[in-house]
Design a protein around this ligand. Structure first.
Ligand code: TTP
Ligand code: MG
Length: 361
């Protein structure tokens, strides 16, 4: 059994601003762009959230809802610095840390528990260490999987600590709104509500045929998550040897144009992943799986390293189209990039794998 912690700092940018400027403490702080220039709220302190101010809201709206709110321009370098401090603390606890953004990470603490520590004790100590070293509050969820830990960390924000005991995952998830489940976005949640499915428990009770109809290929995955089963490992942030994306088709595809579209999408995926990792590669690989499960890989090495979507998709297309004889269908297509520059312009320290514009966790 694994023990996973999900840790997420509270109102991160705003908390840093309040830490650095005592005048802002206890006050509604809205970090973001100017209301005059269509700026948006990056985040708001919990004092401002009471007025309905939240991330991604136009600052002009935020000012209307919370006129006493104090607008602060973001200082990304400072947030990165604080993030490094916090991530260092995580790494002192375990090597198995998977950062999700500047203020959020999974930690696999199974090793600590094996040494005789209680999961709850590990979590309490982690919160205290972050507070002592940085002055920031971190909300923590503890569970036997990433998805349960993540949902738990959000439940009692700010300064939350929620532990889901082994074996109690399903009961824990059951009363929660279905939109909290991984893989159920706002649109899917709407549709589920319309069907009378409000909680994760409602979802978990649906028959298999219903799941297959509603979620297609994702059905087994969603059902498992709804029952609190999730084997997804904590992935550490070492620079990988290769970065790839692949997809298996619901039905085999032979149309080159359609395959070209898929290839473009995969290339975009690989390219943005390379960009995030700040690496460029020289070797492009395509992977083709035929109807009879034969798998072909074809690769070529470019003269210069790249992370360009266009170069990856064009090179991938050359490799793939050479294999597309009439009547040949594919059940899977993949594109990968390897041969990363050994000493590129990367900082020697591992870069934090994210930029300032972050997606919601
Ligand atoms: P979050 O962890 O989503 O939000 P938060 O830390 O401000 O608040 P909490 O976790 O307590 O709910 O995001 C971390 C930081 O990322 C946030 O402080 C600012 C930035 N961010 C944006 O710039 N735009 C956004 O839309 C979101 C969601 C976050
Ligand atoms: Mg946060």
């Amino acid at each position: 059994m694994r023990h996973i912690i999900h840790a997420d700092l509270d109102a991160f940018y705003a908390a840093v601003e309040q830490l650095d400027n005592p005048d802002l403490r206890g006050k509604p702080v809205m970090v973001g762009g100017s209301p005059q220039s269509r700026g948006v709220v990056a985040t708001a302190s919990y004092e401002a959230r009471v007025f309905g101010v939240h991330s991604a809201m136009p600052m002009a709206t935020a000012v209307r809802q919370c006129p006493q709110g104090i607008i602060v321009r973001p200082r990304f370098d400072r947030y990165r610095e604080m993030s490094r401090l916090v991530m260092d603390i995580f790494h002192q606890l375990t090597d198995l840390v998977e950062p999700l953004s500047l203020d959020e990470a999974y930690l696999d603490v199974t090793g600590k528990v094996a040494e005789g520590r209680l999961p709850l004790g590990v979590a309490i100590e982690l919160k205290r260490q972050v507070k002592d070293a940085t002055g920031l509050n971190v909300s923590v969820g503890v569970g036997t999987s990433k998805s349960v830990a993540k949902i738990a960390s959000d439940l009692e924000k700010p300064d939350g600590l929620v532990l889901v005991a082994p074996g109690e995952e399903r009961e824990f998830l059951s009363p929660l709104p279905v939109g909290k489940l991984w893989g159920v976005g706002p649109k899917t949640a709407e549709r589920l509500y319309a069907d009378g499915i409000h909680t994760i428990g409602d979802l978990a009770q649906q028959p298999d045929e219903w799941f297959a109809r509603r979620f297609g290929k994702r059905a087994p995955y969603v059902l498992a998550k709804a029952m609190g089963q999730d084997e997804e490992p904590v992935k550490t942030e070492r620079t990988p040897k290769s970065i790839s994306a692949e997809t298996t088709f619901p039905e085999d595809i032979s149309d080159p144009e359609e395959l070209g579209d898929v290839l473009n999408r995969l290339a975009l995926n690989v390219s943005s992943h390379l960009e995030r990792k700040e690496v460029k590669g020289r070797t492009v690989t395509v992977k083709l799986r035929l109807t009879d499960f034969t798998t072909l890989t074809r690769q070529t090495t470019l003269s210069t390293a790249t992370n360009s979507e266009k170069v990856i998709s064009e090179t991938g297309w050359k490799l793939m189209s050479a294999e597309l004889t009439p009547g040949r269908s594919l059940r899977l297509l993949g594109v990968g990039m390897s041969g990363f520059a050994e000493h590129s312009d990367l900082p020697q320290q591992l870069p934090l794998p994210f930029s300032d514009s972050m997606s919601q966790g």
